[in-house]
Design a protein around this ligand. Structure first.
Ligand code: TPP
Ligand code: MG
Length: 641
């Protein structure tokens, strides 16, 4: 239904005023972008977006992403006016206050109707690509709308994600670019001279333009956008930041500060609102939103039901896990590939791909084909050499809710993924990142390709689990643990080099994060306790066996996931790493900080770690140079006897 011009104007102006009131009351926030996009947002919500406020998780809904998270007042206005998740006007008055749902930037976990958390510019657009891709891979017809701004398009991630979307001909994705030529420091053109139309056309997008303050112009663009199912669409919407503010519109000042009392009164007067009233929404505006809800409810009733299949049970995945023969030596990256392929057979949710490193990461799901331009039937994705966009697209797919998507690259390049990992952790999305080539054992490629500090830096991310299995069987069990975890993201670090296979690394043990792998002799305060992850577990077992042969009490704890171990009850942790066992060797091919929480005192703790960049050379030589040999491990242990 197309509304009358005067009604649309009223709705858009009510949003402007509400936005300005929110920021004024909070004494902080960003009114300009929200005010500038009010006409576009009102048109989108009242005439195009398929969304039912009473059922915000409806599978067939259109997804709406506000990539410029600083435009949160616009998000909250729309959610309030439409009655989504009972967001009340009182909550709008609590904008940016501690404990309120109307946080400074929109947070997915706080209000149903916020599809993804935004704020770090550019990531929303990339997550929108992920949402649109998930829809296509589920053969759904819903659309993904992304509102973005100059900042989103300046960010590198937008280049990665939009090039990817164009390559795939990702129809159903409409990005509306709020082209107001203003950012914080002044005109956007101070730092960006791109021809955005040509840029997106070269990606293969359909590029449309509109006057973002003229409803018929906006409708013209949106009608053309929804008519094109064959490729992503960019609508360049020409707007004025702070539109409606008497003196501050078009100025960077209105980007991120309250209007001030006089300017706010002037805005209200100019738009025909009572300057003395705040948070006063005309009833007609609520009525317009209700009418739209009724309309979409009818559309929904006419559509075939889109119930998602229920999630595959964890027990089925556990039953599918392969067991590896201890007689063989296997690189954990190869084991990881074997495990993923086994899981994929019983777990249709598993989809993903690599940033052009599939042959090295071993992440291809061999039986399940590739997503390609216009064909979304496969379960493998060529993300291209675009680690950051890959990670954010994976997050968008995870946010969609059905898939358990993964993205893969070399561990050292996890730095390129980090901003999206952080956002996944914040949102509590169960994204999975597969990082192979987990240490200096990469060898000849040298220090640029040898992770050192990455492991600890990722362990510092709250709500993120870092798995570093010691062998093929631990790799299988780590996958079980990652699949069991639904409240946040995880990564698995795998080796390039072969490792011996441990006979009894069972899921039950590994799924506690850390366990006693080997113990011999007296278990008391004189015991030498080795705590290790990944490939270094084997060095420790070797050294421990030699000490045991000399009659020394020894224990080796394998710690495939520090975070998971830390979450176990205290009694279990104490039984594995007894506080009385203070003679400790901590071994990990990364910075010593990585296992520092297991250190006791400098006098009784030795670190087998790498606190410098690696080097280029055959890995056996590097292991000698860096002290990652059974002899050196034994030497360190002997210092404690
Ligand atoms: C990755 C990232 N870098 C920097 C910022 C800080 N920041 C927030 S808004 C903004 C300017 C955005 O300009 P634009 O997208 O044009 O929004 P408008 O001012 O038009 O509302 C900046 C630099 C951020 N939120 N995210
Ligand atoms: Mg701008």
């Amino acid at each position: 239904m197309k509304h009358e011009e005067k009604d649309m104007r009223l709705a858009a102006n009510a949003i402007r005023v509400l936005v300005a009131d929110m920021v004024e009351k909070a004494k902080s926030g960003h009114p300009g972008g929200s005010m500038g996009q009010a006409d576009v947002a009102a048109t989108l919500w009242l005439e195009y977006l398929k969304f039912v406020p009473s059922d915000p998780k409806w599978v067939g809904r259109d997804r709406l992403v506000f990539s410029g998270g600083h435009c949160s007042p616009l998000v909250y206005s729309l959610l309030h006016l439409s009655g989504t998740d009972s967001l009340s006007i009182d909550e709008l008055k609590q904008f940016r206050q501690f404990g309120s749902r109307t946080a400074g930037h929109p947070e997915r976990e706080l209000i149903c109707g916020i599809e993804v958390t935004t704020g770090p510019l550019g990531q929303g657009l990339a997550m929108g690509v992920g949402l649109a891709l998930a829809a296509k891979m589920k053969s759904r017809t819903n659309r993904t709308w992304v509102l973005c701004g100059d900042g989103d398009l300046e960010e590198g991630i937008s280049h990665e994600a939009c090039s990817f979307a164009g390559t795939l001909g990702l129809g159903g994705l409409v990005a509306v670019y709020d082209s107001n030529n203003i950012t914080i420091e002044g005109e956007a053109t101070l730092a960006m001279h791109d021809d955005t139309r040509k840029r997106f056309e070269s990606y293969g997008w359909n590029v449309l333009e509109c006057d973002g303050h003229d409803f018929s112009s906006i409708r013209g663009a949106f009608d053309a956008a929804v008519a094109d199912e064959s490729r992503p669409v960019l609508v360049i919407s020409h707007t004025h930041i702070g539109c409606g503010a008497p003196t501050k519109h078009d100025s960077p000042e209105v980007h991120g500060a309250p209007l001030g009392a006089d300017e706010l009164a002037g805005l209200k007067r100019a738009l025909g609102f009572d300057p003395a009233a705040s948070f006063a929404v005309p009833d007609e505006v609520y009525a317009l939103f209700s009418a739209r809800t009724a309309e979409v409810e009818k559309l929904r009733a006419a559509e075939p039901s889109l119930a998602e299949p229920s999630p595959t049970s964890l027990a089925d995945c556990l039953a599918a896990l392969p067991k590896f023969d201890p007689a063989k030596s296997v690189a954990t990256r190869s084991a990881c590939g074997t495990v993923m392929n086994a899981i994929a057979e019983v777990y249709p949710e598993l989809v993903g791909g690599s940033a052009d490193l599939e042959p090295s990461n071993k992440t291809g799901l061999k039986k399940f084909g590739w997503v390609s331009a216009g064909d979304f039937g496969g379960r493998n994705i060529h993300f291209g050499i675009r680690e950051l966009a890959m990670s954010a697209i994976v997050n968008g797919m995870a946010a969609d809710g059905y898939f358990r998507p993964f993205g893969a690259t070399f561990f050292v390049f996890s730095d390129y993924c980090k901003p999206a990992i952080r956002l996944a952790a914040l949102m509590g999305l169960p994204s999975i990142y597969v990082f192979s080539h987990d240490s200096f054992y990469v060898g000849e490629d040298g220090p640029t390709h040898e992770p050192v500090e990455q492991i600890e830096s990722l362990r510092c991310v709250p709500n993120f689990d870092v798995y570093r299995p010691a062998d093929a069987n631990e790799t299988a069990a780590c996958w079980a643990a990652m699949l069991a975890r639904t409240e946040g993201p995880s990564c698995i670090l795998t080796t390039r080099q072969n490792l011996p296979v441990l006979p009894d690394a069972t899921p039950e043990k590994v799924m506690r994060g850390g366990y006693v792998l080997f113990a011999e002799g007296r278990q008391d305060e004189n015991t030498i306790l080795f705590v290790a992850t990944g490939s270094e577990v084997h060095l420790c077992v070797d050294a421990a066996k030699k000490l045991a042969a000399e009659g020394r009490g020894v224990r080796v704890v394998s710690l495939p996931c520090v975070e998971l171990f830390t979450r176990q009850e205290a009694a279990y942790r104490e039984s594995v790493v007894p506080s009385t066992m203070t003679r400790r060797v901590l071994a990990e091919a990364g910075v010593a900080k990585g296992l520092m929480e297991f250190a006791v005192a400098p006098t009784t703790t030795r670190h087998l770690s790498l606190d410098r960049f690696g080097a280029s050379g055959p890995y056996a030589r590097l292991a000698e140079e860096f002290g990652f040999t059974p002899e050196n491990c034994l030497r360190l242990a002997r210092e404690l006897t």
